[in-house]
Design a protein around this ligand. Structure first.
Ligand code: HEM
Ligand code: HEM
Length: 166
């Protein structure tokens, strides 16, 4: 039988949310070296595996693992229900956005790995397109969080600040 939804995110869920956020910032800031290295490989010039290229690969791998942990916790422990006060359409938009974010946190590293380790051109193109969709979803997500904080003033942000110990 399914457990009732918790009333708050756990501390671990909150830590993972912000850790993934910090790693994503690094992935976007440090993409130049891997883009250049990938261009060189495509042109047939052997490229050196620099620390910044390795950081992009390792950072992406870490995001993959942490996103997997988040999805597992979501299924095992559950998450607090979306605010009852939100109109149904808004809650539906939140659900779709969250689903899209989780999907891209998995699809970005997978496409990146296929491009880098297999030289798969279609995966490289998908990686490029998805990075823009991911940014758009994050902007939407941030916009929604700010809307709740400053317009609705329902304290939703607190849910990603202090959590349940379990
Ligand atoms: C969530 C994780 C990841 C994010 C957010 C991310 C983000 C990015 C961004 C913003 C670019 C620049 C695209 C461009 O300049 O057009 C890029 C390029 C690239 N990334 Fe990632 N990346 C992630 C994971 C990975 C992983 C795990 C690998 C490899 C194992 C990887 C391999 C590559 C490669 C090969 C490129 C160059 C692609 C090209 O120029 O067509 N990425 N990534
Ligand atoms: C830009 C700064 C960010 C802020 C201020 C923020 C804020 C929040 C808040 C307040 C919630 C709780 C929403 C609720 O309880 O209904 C939340 C949930 C969530 N955030 Fe963020 N977030 C940020 C960045 C990100 C990023 C970069 C991602 C990555 C992909 C992300 C993915 C998610 C997901 C998937 C959920 C839903 C968790 C669940 O219920 O399963 N957030 N965020």
């Amino acid at each position: 039988m399914r457990q009732p939804s918790p009333t708050a995110y756990s501390r671990l869920q909150i830590r993972l949310h912000w850790l993934v956020f910090a790693l994503l910032v690094l992935q976007y800031l440090l993409h130049e070296p891997i883009t250049e290295a990938f261009d060189m490989v495509e042109e047939g010039v052997a490229s050196v595996l620099s620390p910044l290229v390795a950081a992009h690969v390792f950072g992406g791998f870490l995001i993959f693992v942490l996103a997997g942990a988040r999805i597992y916790l979501r299924m095992e422990r559950g998450v607090p229900p979306l605010p009852e006060t939100d109109p149904p359409l808004q809650r539906m938009a939140a659900r779709v956005t969250h689903l899209g974010l989780y999907a891209l946190l998995i699809a970005m590293p997978v496409s990146g790995a296929l491009a880098w380790f297999r030289g798969n051109e279609a995966a490289a193109e998908a990686h490029e397109v998805m990075r823009i969709i991911l940014l758009a979803l994050i902007a939407l997500h941030l916009g929604a969080a700010l809307y709740h904080q400053f317009i609705v003033k329902d304290g939703l942000m607190q849910r990603m600040r202090r959590g349940d110990p379990v």
